[in-house]
Design a protein. Structure first.
Lengths: 379, 530
């Protein structure tokens, strides 16, 4: 009567990570998207470069040819991991807010204020800054959620608009309250020494933020898959009407998921400040939220895979940077590749192509078999 | 081979439509049709029966050009045809009336009829008068009475259905497919439709009648084809076969068509509903001062033609809509306009009428679905908000076993289950909830007969445990056989109360459902049990 359990061939070693084909195949498609975009990049280099072989070598292998490039990748992974995790939470609840951009930026501004004006011992100082930036970022994250709950304003639109508001607000704070007027370029007053994060390896920029990011990957995974709050977030993502019917307080879940997401964004901003800079010197918004979108999509909304996809993005970035400084291809060409990745992954039909085809084939084959065995319908 | 009981039509049997070894496999791997062979004779009414998911709708979608077949051929008048879309099928003379009507509510019936093939004046302007004349002529020719100048919003469901049938005839349909046409009709309207369909057939029209109500099939069909699990099981002349045979063929085993039921022993009032009203977004009063008392150990059935306020009443009772007036009380607790969360906490469980959009979260696992109303209890969430995963698995496995949910593991997504098993997930959760009031809405809609039997027995055992049950269903047979007492709703009002559901006939109910009869106020007030 009911369809039996389908016997599936063993998955070998991949089975350790992916318990079934339904998870493996989208992962393969993701891999395909990544590899395809790299290949497209190679093709592009051959089109525009006068010395394509050298440029391709720098782009693909450059990140591993120099030790400092490996550290660069690790450093670049840190903000990507935080915004990626933040967006995993939003996407798991099936919301589209990009307010994490503001959380990150204002988080950095908050950390700047703490780094300049608060006196605390080393260690405690950046920790306090992270907490403060996280809380501020969390409250910023709440805004689109409140607009959505109260007036059914689409959170994607309101967050994009609010991002402008917060960017200029942040610049205003730096310009009018935190600026170092002795500098000719735009810069805040210098941070206190106690604010700076310790270096993991001397004479490199690799800072303790990398460890913090790793810890948060674990924390967010546990939060999403092992706590009741994570369960609630996943349920409103799976079917919001069902969640409300089953007795979940949907607005509460939307509020705290946005808060947690904003908190992660704010922390990311603070860590970036304390890890890499001696003063706030951003002339424009680095917009890590958009990178977070790619990271979260490549990770298929699962925090477990965020480090992997953050690494991939960092690899592309460092490779492109290395290449552009030694050849005639501009760094910006990777934005094309990122667009390509998003387009592939955003297409449900591509992502589920193999699954649909396999299911269709086996079902038809089974039908034919059953017919041959004489088990078909009788007239 | 025609039996003596069958209709004596033309002596020569002419095949108009034939499906040969038709297979249809969907992208999700469902083989909905497996080497289906179907023969439709000219000028007959062919019944197509089977449980939900048996493949009837898919077969008709292929015939109507809405889905391309994976393999096999379709022969129309002996010639192979391939429809790219339903437009091709319509051009070839096939018409379909869907279960959900495809009409423009704000236009008149005549305008809807000619939509897409409008008559025009010489100037090229739309000719409304001719549209009306066409409507009148067709209506008279086929004896399907409609009011051409009325707007669709203002006419009854049964007239809308007649309009749908006329629409297909206007487009030149020789083969008419009707998908569950009686599900929205009262018994009287059904009888009327049937005599009209017979008249159409006698004029030479071919009709394919999809249904899962066997009584109706025996009433009007000449032959019946039974499908199960994507395969045609058998085709019978209607005179050669009985109900039991067909039900067995539909289910694939012996079915008990009757329900053993002990008389109820109602206890104290569990839910006190007084004077509820609801006005929808269009300003139409959907629930109009509804009052009743639901007693422990009793199943109170709510009947009415779909759209007479039953759904809205349930939504108010479960916290999904707000009442303008009145109150809902359970024991000492006031639940008027409370949130679904508070209502559940107060001990009211709810089987939602739509399991796909409300009753389950399809992508989530069976376990996650089963625990959705109780995950935060201390048994399943430990200190610090951490889920107790083994307790959750044990609870889910227990419900899966007790409610016979057929699956490979409680961790598989609900989306992968059949309709019947999906419904068992909903029933399993709601019937194991810590609740003494159950609001059960359409418990077996689109569920296979085997699961229906199980669900009905479970509802009765819940009653025998002393729970108070409000049963809302558009399946009249279901409400009549399960309920202890009945209320009838028409236009948002309770128009009748029957203390003993067993003593009411279909015909009598029909009169109340149509609003042709109303009990007097004092009679209806007795449902308050004061």
């Amino acid at each position: 009567m009911s369809s039996g359990i389908e016997k599936r061939p063993p998955l070998g070693r991949l089975g350790l990570f992916f318990t079934n084909r339904d998870a493996l195949e989208p992962a393969l498609i993701t891999l395909f998207a990544a590899v395809f975009s790299l290949l497209a990049g190679v093709g592009l280099i051959f089109l525009v470069s006068k010395e394509p072989v050298q440029s391709v070598r720098n782009f693909l292998l450059g990140p591993f040819l120099r030790t400092y490039n490996i550290y660069y990748m690790m450093i670049a992974m840190v903000p990507l991991t935080f915004t990626g995790l933040a967006l995993c939470i939003i996407y798991q609840s099936k919301h589209m807010s990009l307010i994490v951009d503001s959380s990150f930026y204002i988080g950095a501004v908050t950390a700047t204020a703490v780094g300049i004006h608060v006196a605390l011992p080393a260690g405690w100082h950046p920790a306090f800054a992270m907490l403060a930036a996280g809380i501020v970022g969390g409250f910023i994250g709440l805004l689109p959620a409140i607009l959505k709950i109260r007036w059914r304003a689409n959170e994607l639109v309101s967050s994009l608009m609010l991002n402008y508001v917060f960017y200029f607000f942040g610049s205003f704070l730096i310009l009018y309250f935190l600026r170092d007027r002795n500098q000719t370029i735009l810069s805040s007053l210098p941070f206190r020494k106690t604010f700076l994060l310790p270096r993991l390896i001397p004479n490199t920029q690799l800072h303790a933020g990398f460890i913090v990011a790793a810890v948060f990957v674990v924390l967010v995974s546990v939060f999403l898959y092992r706590t009741k709050w994570g369960y609630e977030i996943r349920m409103i993502g799976a079917n919001q009407k069902f969640a409300s019917y089953a007795g979940l307080s949907v607005s509460t879940v939307i509020l705290y998921s946005h808060f947690v997401s904003g908190f992660l964004g704010g922390m990311g901003g603070a860590i970036e400040m304390a890890g890499l800079y001696k003063a706030f010197i951003w002339q424009m918004n680095p917009s890590y939220a958009w990178d977070g979108v790619i990271v979260a999509m490549l990770a298929r909304k699962n925090p477990k895979f965020v480090p992997l996809s953050a690494f991939f993005l960092a690899y592309m970035r460092v490779g492109a940077d290395f290449m552009s400084r030694r050849g005639d291809v501009a760094f910006e060409f990777i934005t094309l590749l990122q667009g390509l990745i998003i387009m592939i992954l955003a297409s449900d039909k591509i992502v589920n192509y193999f699954k649909a085809r396999r299911l269709q084939r086996t079902a038809l084959a089974r039908t034919v078999e059953a017919r041959a065995a004489g088990a078909g319908g009788a007239e | 081979m025609r039996s003596p009981g069958a209709r004596q039509g033309s002596t020569r049997v002419e095949t108009i439509l034939q499906a040969v070894d038709l297979c249809k496999v969907y992208g999700n791997g469902t083989a909905a049709n497996k080497f289906v062979n179907l023969t439709v004779r000219k000028g007959e009414i062919l019944g197509l029966v089977g449980e939900n998911g048996a493949g009837k709708s898919t077969l008709m979608k292929v015939v109507y050009g809405e889905e391309p077949p994976s393999s096999g051929t379709l022969l129309l008048d002996g010639k192979p045809v391939r429809f790219g879309s339903s437009r091709d099928a319509i051009a070839a003379g096939i018409g379909m009336v869907h279960q959900h009507f495809m009409l423009v509510p704000s236009l008149t019936l005549a305008e809807n009829l000619v939509l897409g093939r409008e008559p025009r004046k010489k100037s090229g302007m739309y000719d409304l008068d001719r549209a009306v004349r066409i409507a009148e002529e067709l209506s008279a020719k086929y004896n399907l009475r409609i009011i051409p100048r009325a707007r669709v919003v203002d006419v009854s469901v049964s007239m809308r259905q007649k309009l749908e049938i006329l629409k297909t005839l206007y487009r030149g349909a020789r083969i008419l497919i009707l998908d569950e046409p009686t599900s929205v009709l009262t018994p009287q309207e059904t009888d009327e439709l049937f005599s009209e369909l017979k008249a159409l057939r006698d004029k030479g029209q071919t009709i394919i009648f999809i249904s899962h109500k066997l009584g109706e099939v025996f009433q009007i069909c000449d032959r019946v084809t039974v499908m199960r699990d994507g395969v045609v099981i058998a085709t019978h002349d209607i005179g050669d076969v009985d109900r039991q045979t067909i039900s067995n063929e539909m289910v694939g085993r012996e079915v008990r068509l009757t329900l053993d039921k002990e008389p109820a022993s109602p206890g104290a009032t569990a839910l006190e509903v007084r004077n509820l009203s609801f006005v929808d977004d269009f300003g139409i009063t959907m629930v109009d001062r509804v009052s009743f008392s639901l007693r422990k150990g009793e199943i109170l059935g709510v009947v009415g033609v779909d759209g007479n306020g039953q759904s809205e009443l349930v939504r108010i009772l479960t916290g999904h809509a707000r009442t303008l007036t009145g109150s809902i009380r359970k024991g000492g607790t006031d639940l008027t306009n409370a949130s679904p969360r508070r209502i559940r906490k107060a001990g009211v469980a709810h089987v939602a009428e739509d399991r796909m959009t409300v009753g389950t979260a399809l992508p989530a696992s069976i376990a996650d679905n089963l625990l959705a109303d109780r995950y935060s209890e201390p048994a399943f969430t430990g200190p610090g908000g951490f889920l107790r995963r083994s307790a959750i698995q044990a609870e889910a496995a227990g419900i899966v076993k007790r409610f016979d949910i057929r699956c490979s593991s409680p961790n598989q997504p609900v989306a992968s289950l059949s309709g019947g098993n999906m419904q068992k997930v909903v029933i399993g959760r709601e019937f194991t909830a810590a609740a003494d009031v159950l609001i059960v809405s359409q418990p077996t809609r689109g569920v296979d007969i085997g699961a229906i039997e199980f669900i009905h027995r479970t509802i009765l055992s819940m009653r025998d445990e002393g729970k108070a049950i409000l049963l809302v269903s558009s399946d009249l047979g279901e409400v009549l056989s399960l309920s202890d007492s009945l209320i009838v709703m028409h236009a948002g009002r309770i128009v009748a109360w029957f203390p003993d559901a067993g003593g009411v006939t279909d015909k009598e109910l029909g009169l109340y459902m149509l609003g042709l009869k109303t009990q007097d106020e004092t009679e209806i007030r007795k449902v308050l049990h004061e």
